[in-house]
Design a protein around this ligand. Structure first.
Ligand SMILES: Cc1cc2nc3c(=O)[nH]c(=O)nc-3n(C[C@H](O)[C@H](O)[C@H](O)COP(=O)(O)OP(=O)(O)OC[C@H]3O[C@@H](n4cnc5c(N)ncnc54)[C@H](O)[C@@H]3O)c2cc1C
Length: 290
């Protein structure tokens, strides 16, 4: 592992300056933000990235670990961990798929360190919290030397490991619209070994009383994808399983799994996507009725 400088700024201004210069005054040198480190440290160790410096965001006074309502949004601060999400009453009640997704991430030890912001910024197609955030219509607030930006989450992902965040830009908060009415939502996933391995397929579904079904899925292509069914076929309890499966196949047409990896074949991922999709629609119906 190549040696790197470790910086722990206490103000946002200092953090942004360090990210712009890499801490050594040389503009453009490679500095990386660090939150829980559960992705970053592994990538530094295996040599896939070799930053000159690492800027720990946990000491930034302006960055919160709160989950609070602000201006009609549920605002989740950049330092919020998976454990914080799992334990939050409002998240459990109003964003059940997000609470479930967070509870699936790694092990207790990983969840105590891993942040929601890190799960997004790492931009793994298999990130478990991202499908739930997409079905709830999340947006992210970023801050950089050019100021703050609010970006719909769906516009953040490009491909594995690549986002639309600018160099030196930090994710400050994730925002979720407050629920507009009753809805049933759920997270579902397939993995080889829970706690150790990423998902072969990860998916979230939400059905509202307005008849709209939102499904997002990951690990079946270079980035997580959101699909929306406004036909009512999926939200109508009376629709036959065969008709629902046919509608899901139409919605999943853009799923493009990469070639066989140690985790799964493309055929397996596509088959599991259909299975999880049908199960998630059924479970969302149950929750909407409850
Ligand atoms: C054993 C193990 C099991 C795991 N299991 C799962 C799993 O089941 N599901 C799953 O989804 N993931 C899993 N992971 C991956 C990882 O735990 C998550 O992706 C986690 O949420 C990353 O958060 P972090 O705070 O540790 O991020 P870090 O590792 O600190 O950072 C991740 C990336 O985000 C960037 N970053 C962090 N914070 C910010 C910020 N505020 N602004 C801009 N960029 C930022 C970093 O520079 C880095 O590129 C697992 C990891 C391990 C080691």
């Amino acid at each position: 592992m190549r040696a790197f400088a470790y910086e722990r700024p206490t103000s946002l201004a200092d953090a942004l300056a360090l990210l712009a210069t890499g801490g050594d005054g040389a503009l453009g040198s490679d500095a990386r933000p660090l939150a829980g480190g559960t992705d970053l440290i592994i990538r530094i160790r295996d040599g896939s990235i070799r930053p000159a410096s690492v800027v720990d965001v946990k000491g930034i006074a302006e960055f919160s670990r709160d989950i609070r309502v602000e201006d009609g949004w549920l605002r989740i601060g950049a330092r919020t961990t998976m454990t914080d999400l799992v334990r939050d009453d409002r998240v459990q009640r109003d964003y059940a798929a997000l609470a479930e997704a967070a509870s699936y991430v790694g092990s207790v030890q990983i969840r105590n360190r891993a942040t929601l912001a890190g799960n997004i910024c790492n931009a793994s197609p298999a990130a478990d919290t991202v499908p739930a955030l997409l079905v709830y219509g999340a947006q992210v607030v970023t801050v950089g030397q050019g100021g703050r930006r609010t970006i719909p989450l769906d516009d953040v992902f490009v491909r594995s490991g690549v986002t639309t965040l600018l160099p030196g830009e930090l994710l400050e908060a994730v925002e979720l619209p407050l629920p507009g009415g009753p809805r049933g939502s759920v997270h579902a996933r397939r993995t080889r070994r829970r706690g150790h391995d990423l998902a072969s397929v990860t998916l979230a579904c939400s059905i509202g009383l307005d008849g709209v079904t939102r499904i997002a899925y990951g690990s079946v292509g270079p980035r997580p994808l959101l699909v929306v069914d406004e036909t009512g076929v999926l939200s109508d309890r009376a629709t036959s399983p065969a008709a629902k499966a046919a509608r899901l196949d139409e919605l999943f047409v853009a799923a493009a799994p990469s070639p066989t990896s140690m985790r799964a074949s493309p055929e397996y991922r596509l088959a599991m996507l259909r299975v999880l999709g049908l199960r998630a629609v059924a479970a969302s119906h149950e929750r909407l009725r409850a």
